[in-house]
Design a protein around this ligand. Structure first.
Ligand SMILES: NS(=O)(=O)c1ccc(C(=O)NCc2ccc(F)cc2)cc1
Ligand SMILES: [Zn+2]
Length: 262
């Protein structure tokens, strides 16, 4: 899948560094100023077509935990919305805080959410590998969904139950038949979209971001299990809780955020 070669050597938990990015004028995440977003009537509804049989494994990469999908064929795809091409799902992961006050990467009018889901896809109409697409302007599409604390999310529980097995960095377990569509809000027609970057190194500016207006709810206890994960591997003497794995917000640099709704 797309991120098994996830290189984290240059990254540590509190990585928020001023890592210079060549011509970094479309970095992510950003604050979405709702009243400054521009309605684009050309934006289509999103079309997701995910096959749970392509789910392969769940692992702790030392920054978040990733659920990885077999992206060797167009079995789990995203199209429509702002996208001209078909994009293949390769993984999804989350960002969260040490408490429920913060944790998301994007914000809505500066409003922070306790966590944010990212479903990562790459343009399989134009490229043949994630690693290729990640270097290209139109290479990636990431669906962002805000999480709020409330009722227990039944679909998420299967994933939460697998986390204790991957507490430490670089631990992997088999994880199959998980339909990521269960993590999407009921309304996927209302979203904001803008051109940005990966929010972790190499920060490449190859992402069409699609941020859902409607959040999903997870329980306090489910989020607490996210926080029981560790940044550190089993060998390290000092264990560090995997929390606050989000990047600080980046300047808009004149970009326009479009909305699919008014
Ligand atoms: N938070 S986010 O959704 O913006 C995000 C999504 C994917 C990746 C990733 O795959 N990195 C590893 C990577 C990057 C480039 C490569 F060429 C190979 C692996 C990083 C951040
Ligand atoms: Zn992410």
């Amino acid at each position: 899948a797309c991120s098994s070669k996830y290189v984290l050597s240059q990254m540590h938990p509190m990585w928020q560094g001023p890592l210079a990015v060549p011509g970094g004028d479309r970095q992510s995440p950003i604050d979405i100023v709702v009243r400054k977003s521009v309605l684009d009537t050309q934006l289509k509804p999103l079309v997701t077509d995910y096959d749970p049989k392509t789910c392969q494994q769940i692992w702790n990469n030392g920054y978040s935990f990733l659920v990885e999908y077999d992206d060797t064929s167009d079995k789990s795809t995203l199209k429509g919305g702002p996208l001209q091409d078909k994009f293949r799902l390769c993984q999804f992961h989350f960002h969260w805080g040490e408490n429920n006050a913060w944790g998301s990467e994007h914000t809505l009018d500066r409003r922070l959410f306790p966590a944010e889901l990212h479903l990562v896809h790459w343009n399989s109409d134009k490229y043949s590998l994630f690693e290729e697409a990640v270097m290209e302007e139109n290479g990636l599409a990431v669906l962002g969904v805000f999480l709020k604390v409330g009722k227990r999310h039944e679909g998420l529980q299967k994933l939460v139950d697998a986390l204790p097995a991957i507490r430490h960095k670089d631990s992997v377990v088999e994880f199959t038949r998980f339909d990521p569509a269960c993590l999407l809000p009921t309304n996927t027609d209302d979203y904001w979209t803008y051109h940005g970057s990966l929010t972790t190194p190499p920060l490449t500016e190859s992402v069409s971001w699609i941020i859902m207006k409607q959040h999903i709810e997870v329980s306090h206890d489910q989020l607490a299990v996210f926080r029981s994960l560790l940044f550190t591997s089993a060998e390290e003497e000092v264990q560090k809780s995997m929390v606050n794995n989000f990047r600080v917000q980046q300047p808009l640099r004149g970009r326009t955020v479009r909305s699919s709704f008014s």
